[in-house]
Design a protein around this ligand. Structure first.
Ligand code: ADP
Length: 450
């Protein structure tokens, strides 16, 4: 039995004895018991009121505690208070450490409330986004950090890809903005701004270098090709020179293809999104692409087509033509004669798809994620022999990204390959819609797509 309970039992026994004494002294037994009970109740009521007052005034309950059951209650509440205090101290320490850590992050961190008002920001936000906490607390983000693209980006709610921008207060830096929704119903947002100036400039240097080098190589190559052609056509060329000449012509042609693809990639890298977009008559484009693929195959492949002739796409015709032909020509180049190639252009509930499926040799799983890297080939020798530049799928990836589309590759060795371009729902157009909106697009737009 606990000490408090023993003490309490002692009290009750003492009161019972006092009641017996009172009865013996001549008081009625009912009155004597009532009197003792009242005394007992009064004692409990006094402790109850005292405890309620102490708790209300947030008084720390520390020893010495009263004896008996009330002492136990005081002690238990005191221990509970102590645990709470320790927990709060731990929380404060953790919060302080967390804030120190957040303050030492070199990236700008800004916490927005559900109305996109600034709740907190770290010191890096001042340098990178010209936004200081607590000075700007409660202000709308766009009021302090003005940027038209940022407002659209945050409102769109699609944060899979970061937004790259040069802040208005310091055009010499480049920021990559990421947004992470959190909190109740993901209404709050953490905005992270990373300084990518160095990597951005390195990328620019690389892009310009590739573009300039390719451009510079073009002219000498044209001269070499011209002379090779003249020599090949000349009757005075010794017959033992004919084979090396043909080989040289072949290699010069390969070099020209690589240079053209590199220049195409450089052009695609200039802007994140395709400009001058207009309705593209994809079925019409595919007619020409399929004719070219049949010519490339030399009649050695079997083709089947499933083309929605009413489905058009909002995009850039030259880029789409390049992406679609790369995928179809790959199916021809990388599959043996008599392979079956299926081409699909169709509308699906998630948007238009362009699909090329073949029953060729397929691709081992480990190569698939790397196929869109520049110059990545599964089989170097075979790709070169088939006239590939190793840049085709890199071009496809860039074109699709500029159209907010994505490439999916499914392949198993010995089971063939399927390359699917998934376009966003909003990019699909029907011929009827084109007629309806004829005014909105330049009359030349449709013509150039055809
Ligand atoms: P390439 O100019 O070599 O075709 P790509 O970038 O277009 O370069 O393709 C990269 C590699 O992907 C190719 O070298 C080839 O190994 C593989 N590949 C592409 N398409 C197919 C396909 N339909 N079947 C098998 N392998 C393919």
């Amino acid at each position: 039995m606990r000490r408090g309970s023993v003490y309490e039992l002692g009290w009750i026994v003492a009161l019972a004895l006092a009641a017996v004494v009172l009865i013996a002294m001549g008081l009625g037994w009912a009155e004597a018991v009532l009197l003792m009970l009242c005394l007992l109740l009064a004692r409990h009521a006094w402790h109850l009121v005292r405890l309620a007052r102490l708790i209300r005034s947030q008084h720390r309950l520390v020893p010495p505690f009263p004896k008996g059951i009330w002492g136990d209650i005081y002690r238990a509440i005191g221990q509970y208070q102590q645990r709470g205090r320790k927990g709060r101290k731990r929380q404060v320490r953790f919060f302080r450490r967390f804030r120190e850590a957040a303050n030492s992050v070199p990236d700008a961190l800004v916490v927005l409330d559900k109305n996109r008002r600034i709740e907190w920001a770290n010191p890096a936000a001042q340098v990178l986004m010209d936004l200081a906490w607590p000075r700007d607390e409660g202000k709308a983000l766009f009021e302090v950090f003005e940027h038209p693209e940022l407002a659209d980006y945050i409102s769109a709610g699609e944060y899979a890809r970061p937004l790259e921008l040069a802040p208005a207060h310091n055009r010499s830096i480049m920021l990559s903005i990421r947004v992470a929704p959190f909190g109740e119903r993901k209404k709050q947002r953490l905005v992270v701004g990373r300084d990518i100036t160095k990597i951005f400039h390195l990328n620019l240097i690389r892009r310009d270098f590739v573009a300039n080098a390719s451009h510079e190589l073009r002219t000498p190559l044209t001269v070499i090709t011209g002379f090779l052609e003249t020599l090949a056509d000349s009757a005075q060329t010794p017959s033992n020179h004919r084979r090396p000449l043909t080989l040289m012509q072949h290699q010069a042609e390969r070099m020209r293809s690589i240079i053209e693809d590199l220049l195409t990639l450089s052009r695609l890298e200039m802007d994140e999104h395709a400009s001058d977009i207009a309705p593209v008559d994809v079925p019409n484009e595919l007619e020409q692409i399929v004719a070219d693929a049949i010519a490339l195959s030399g009649g050695q492949h079997r083709f089947s087509l499933d083309i929605d002739s009413d489905l058009l796409l909002l995009g850039k015709d030259s880029e789409l033509r390049s992406a679609f032909s790369n995928l179809l020509f790959n199916a021809v180049k990388h599959t043996p004669p008599d392979s079956h190639i299926q081409l699909v252009w169709a509308h699906t509930p998630s948007g238009p798809i362009f699909l090329v499926e073949d029953d060729g040799p397929g691709i081992e799983r480990e190569h698939i994620p790397r196929l869109t890297e520049r110059f990545y080939r599964v089989d170097e020798a075979r790709s070169r022999a088939s006239g590939g530049t190793g840049l085709g799928l890199a071009i496809v990836k860039h074109v699709l990204s500029r159209h907010d589309a994505r490439l999916a590759v499914a392949s198993e060795p010995g089971q063939g390959s399927t390359f699917t371009c998934h376009f966003p729902l909003g990019s699909a157009l029907s011929a009827a819609q084109i007629e309806h909106h004829a005014q909105a697009w330049a009359p030349s737009a449709l013509g150039s797509a055809g």
